[in-house]
Write a protein that binds this ligand. Sequence first.
Ligand code: ATR
Length: 273
Amino acid sequence: MAKSFAVIGDPIDHSLSPNIHSAAFRELNLDSSYIGYRIPKGELESGIEGLKKIKITGFNVTIPHKIEMMKYLDKMDESCSIIGAVNTVVNNEGVLKGYNTDMDGFLEPLKKRDIQIKGKKILLIGAGGAARAIIAGMAKEKAERVDIANRTIEKAIKLSEFATKIGLKANTKKIIETDENIENYDMIINSTSIGLKNESSPITFEKISQGTIIYDIVYAPMNTDFIKKAKDKKLEVIYGYEMLLGQAIRAFEIWHEMKAPYNAMKKALLGGF
Ligand code: ATR
């Protein structure tokens, strides 16, 4: 039987997910389709009813519904209950089960490069929804410790409490304080939206040590100022599109119960730039 999928959110017209998943269907000759479906804030419940009526097989959830969607799930995978947000849903005859593939999406590019998180000292900039999935990934892979830097310090403190609860040592600082001891990190991650509108890097690079890995989760533009400055310093960089691809691959595997065609999906994603 033909399967249908969607990504729900608002705005949705710039989402790259329909392209990525459609490329996978073509590559594997699957009788499936995937569309972007705009559901404005406040209309999630009726939007989901609509998706159930058309017997959607599964859907991705993006801004602004990742947390509110939790209310409408009948079942939750551990990935979703730990992180407290959902980005992938399976519809089994009206029973909705939620997953969060952002954590695996974050870890995937590191695994691909054989980079161990274990024992690493990490600076995480940002304390929003994506940061929470990243913290869960760091805890799972046993990072040594994380410093969380955020514009709003209260949110950094809340996230550090979450980190501690799941067994990861965490401290907090303001973004403007990141220059102190910045040479001590093995990895620095930007999980804020800084860069999306071509803003300059949230940190300065003068004192960063050679060997530090720079990971941006902003994927458009591909070369943010943060990434460019890291490349100027000849540091190893991980691009935002890699995490986006990682979460899509994991979602594909949950829905189709088969290995995702990585290269076809990557090509479709990069074609979107
Ligand atoms: P997401 O789910 O994508 O992580 P979010 O939960 O809205 O989105 O989180 C956005 C993150 O980007 C937050 O850490 C936010 O900082 P605040 O907690 O202080 O709001 C950060 N952010 C966004 N724009 C920023 C800016 N111009 N300067 C500094 N931080 C910014």
